[in-house]
Design a protein around this ligand. Structure first.
Ligand SMILES: [Zn+2]
Ligand SMILES: [Zn+2]
Length: 253
């Protein structure tokens, strides 16, 4: 942040999606948003259509997968909890490494996440101002293809090849639904806090976990799981737990 940005007064409060008031946007963030929107005009898939397409994809893929896995034996259903842990670890690994630390072969992930998503939304200004800003939250079709084909497909192939056909299809359903839940909740954290979605039970705590991650002093080291902070707890990157338990965590904030 430039010195001039620190001294500048915050912009006045605004009205966001559904007419809800949203936090004042700091001038540096506002300037970035204006520049970014100018360089990235909305596509026909922008906004609620983008979100609806993700839900439609998840519904179709889940229906097909469960239909293919019909008649699965009791032990094959273990693919769901096993798949959840794998998906949670992959989310933690991708978010804590290439998305927040520049590694040339996957530089696009660092650019889209650290340089764009985290500059568009900071812990002081988490809300999208209209559904046109959803492109800054939801995965683009290219990013989705990369994640599902680059990480989901190899793991699915292991289930299909080394466990059973039914377990493979159950893992496919789990992977697609894990991704869809990620998108639903991540979008919810970037909707107005004072909206019906923002006031859902448990939403404030989940949103707080992600809001801490959007603090630029914390983002490269803490809170990499967006919805289910299992591997944040396992790997010692759960900021709220660390802050409560150790002087080190308290000092880092
Ligand atoms: Zn976010
Ligand atoms: Zn991040």
């Amino acid at each position: 942040m430039r010195t001039g940005d620190i001294d500048a007064p915050p912009a006045p409060a605004r009205v966001g999606i559904w007419g809800c008031p949203i936090a004042a946007v700091p001038p540096a963030v506002d300037a970035f948003r204006v520049r970014f929107r100018a360089g990235h005009p909305p596509s026909p898939l922008t906004g609620w259509r983008h979100f609806a397409a993700i839900l439609a994809l998840a519904c179709v893929a889940t229906s097909v997968s469960f239909w293919m896995a019909r008649g699965a034996a009791w032990w094959e259903w273990a693919a769901l909890p096993a798949g959840f842990l794998i998906a949670n670890f992959v989310e933690w690994l991708a978010h804590s490494r290439p998305m927040h630390h520049l590694w040339r072969p996957l530089a696009i992930m660092y650019e889209k996440h650290t340089l764009e998503h985290h500059r568009f939304f900071t812990h002081e200004s988490m809300e999208a101002e209209s559904d046109k800003d959803f492109d800054m939250v939801l995965f683009s079709p290219g990013s989705l293809a990369f994640f599902l084909l680059g990480t989901g497909l190899p793991v699915a192939a292991l289930f299909f090849g080394f466990v059973s056909w039914n377990a493979g299809w159950l893992f496919v359903a789990l992977a697609v639904d894990y991704y869809a839940l990620y998108e639903c909740f991540h979008l919810a954290y970037h909707l107005p806090e004072d909206s019906a979605v923002g006031r859902l039970p448990g939403m404030a705590r989940l949103r707080r976990h992600h809001t801490h991650h959007h603090d630029e002093t914390l983002m490269a080291h803490w809170n990499f799981n967006v919805n289910f902070p299992v591997f944040d707890a396992v790997m010692g990157t759960h900021w709220e737990l660390a802050r409560g338990r150790s002087p080190r965590g308290r000092r880092e904030r």
